[in-house]
Design a protein around this ligand. Structure first.
Ligand code: FAD
Ligand code: NAI
Length: 480
């Protein structure tokens, strides 16, 4: 039998435990109450204006040496949105606040203050080096519009949902890009279900109201269809058994297959899983018009058109430029700015034809797909460039050409497709082939990858809590 530790050894052990506990509580309190650094602008430093608080901008701000610049951030949202988990908010698997982080949470640990202005940039003028900003919130003060001067400008305003100008999409469709979109979808879904359950509702109207249509077989449309399936099978079947048999999900895609950016095996697995889950996939079908209660769709092979009645329509057919970018492009068309996908930048992320202006993420047209992975890596790259630029006391962004160009490293393409199944194409270091795997393991991988990628401990805790809550109590079916 091991000898019992001496009295002093036991005392030491308990003292160490107590000191550890005090350190943890002290750390949490210091983190919780960390004050925002305040700082007056320093006239000897250059003003760096950053537009946006999305993947690109946040990644830049996290690594930027703020002591080198008077930094101002302008964005209509005073938070960062973790978009990969947005589809889960549409069905209440996750609460909206679990996947957003106030911008000030990122900035408070910076040694030098960054000024945040909640506003939308409406016009960028590289000639006068100013940006017009508008307070686009609901509450207005005496001033709603002004111009901010800059020495260096970084544009990271992202993109908005593409409609291709198809009639009725903006009026009757719902998008899935912002946090408010996910809340709107959640409310509309329950509204359709409650309306279908209204006493005496005719059968064909119940079928229409419960026909949920998703347009666009890219990852946004596929992930949303998967989440919707889980909600209908997990909650509506249980709480609304009288109307549940009429529930139907249809995914409409103009191309022959969904998820064009995934490997062949993953595409096949997704399409087979959708068949198992009774998600109707209408491939080779393009939506031509959206009306209040039906869509007009065209078979891209035969050219035949028909009407499809629907209750809720979620539109996810990719990205288009924001108005501020369209406006900027139009004024620089003769300087090489005429790409319909976004701002043309060189391999150093400098915007063509505009000195001291960089752009990153979805508002640019590059060789890379418009993804969070690309935007985040561009943000890191640009932070390094800007830190270097300030430290070496150079002026203008011409000199940056001496730095290595941006090099994107693709890590993985992941998607959740519903029914606890995922699809993953993963690039491994030192191996040229991609590893693809699908199903339950891929779903667990997707969850753990995104949980660990969330930027703050607070968000990780909230997301883990929401997932546990969903397992124990199911999702909330309240309409609000
Ligand atoms: P965003 O992150 O969109 O940020 C743009 C910022 O600019 C926002 O803060 C916005 O408020 C602000 N802004 C808007 N207008 C103005 C203005 N006029 N002036 C100033 N600021 C403005 N990518 C992946 O790699 N993996 C995924 O799993 C994934 N899942 C996704 C799921 C969904 C539902 C969606 C919609 C996208 C997903 N993406 C994913 C794509 C990814 O979200 C985008 O590529 C990424 O957000 C682009 O980053 P960004 O910084 O360019 O723009
Ligand atoms: P997308 O551009 O990837 O896909 C849109 C789809 O809509 C296309 O397949 C297109 O053929 C189809 N379409 C267009 N018009 C149509 C019409 N009239 N009728 C029917 N179908 C039509 O768009 P998505 O999914 O919005 O993604 C945008 C970007 O965000 C992409 O770069 C994507 O990679 C990225 N993203 C990545 C995710 C992930 O990695 N898990 C998740 C969500 C988005």
């Amino acid at each position: 039998e091991a000898p019992r530790p001496s009295k002093w050894a036991r005392r030491l052990k308990w003292t160490a435990y107590a000191a550890g506990a005090v350190a943890v509580v002290g750390g949490v309190l210091a983190y919780r109450h960390h004050p925002m650094p305040q700082q007056e602008p320093d006239p000897t430093k250059k003003t760096l204006l950053v537009l946006g608080t999305g993947w690109g901008a946040i990644s830049l701000l996290r690594r930027l040496d703020t002591s080198e610049y008077n930094t101002i951030v302008v964005s209509p949202t005073n938070f960062f949105l973790f978009t990969p988990l947005l589809p889960s908010v549409t069905t209440g698997s996750l609460e909206s606040r679990s996947i957003i982080t106030p911008i000030k949470y990122f900035l408070r640990f910076k040694p030098f203050g960054i000024k945040f202005v909640e506003a939308e940039s409406t016009q960028i003028d590289p000639a006068s080096k100013t940006v017009e900003i508008l307070d686009s919130g609901e509450v207005h003060g005496a001033i709603t519009k002004t111009r901010l001067p800059y020495d260096y400008l970084v544009i990271g305003v992202g993109a908005e949902s593409q409609t291709f100008g198809i009639k009725g999409v903006r009026e009757f469709g719902l998008f899935l890009k912002e946090i408010r979109d996910a809340r709107k979808i959640r409310t509309r879904l329950m509204d359709c279900i409650e309306t279908a359950a209204f006493p005496g509702q005719p059968d064909d109207e119940i079928r229409r109201l419960l026909h949920m249509v998703v347009v666009g077989g890219g990852p946004t449309g596929v992930e949303y269809a998967g989440e919707l399936h889980d909600f209908l099978r997990g909650e509506v079947d249980k709480w609304y058994p009288e109307i549940a048999p009429h529930l139907k999900i249809t995914l409409i895609e103009a191309l022959p297959h969904v998820l064009p950016m995934f490997s062949r095996e993953m595409i096949e697995y997704t399409e087979k899983s959708f068949a198992d889950m009774n998600i109707d996939l209408l491939a080779n079908t393009a939506v031509q018009e959206v009306r209040a209660k039906e869509l007009v769709v065209k078979d891209t092979k035969s050219g035949a058109t028909r009407e499809v009645p629907y209750g809720m329509l979620v539109w996810a057919t990719g990205n288009t430029m924001r108005p501020v970018i369209k406006d900027l492009q139009a004024r620089f068309a003769d300087k090489g700015q005429s790409n319909r996908r976004g701002l043309v930048v060189d391999e150093y992320l400098r915007v063509a034809g505009m000195p001291d202006v960089w752009a990153l993420g979805d508002c640019t047209a590059t060789a890379f797909a418009p993804t969070a992975q690309v935007a985040a890596q561009q943000g890191t790259y640009l932070a390094r460039q800007l830190n270097d630029l300030a430290r070496t006391n150079r002026t203008g962004n011409d000199i940056l050409a001496t730095c290595p160009p941006f090099d994107y490293k693709h890590r993985a393409t992941l998607a959740y497709i519903g029914d606890e199944r995922g699809v993953s194409d993963v690039s491994l270091p030192f191996w040229s082939n991609m590893v693809s795997f699908a199903g339950y393991q891929s779903y667990l991988f997707w969850r753990s990858a995104y949980l660990s990628n969330l930027y703050t401990l607070r968000n990780r805790a909230l997301v883990a809590f929401d997932w546990t809550k969903e397992k124990l109590f199911g999702r909330d079916i309240s309409r609000e």
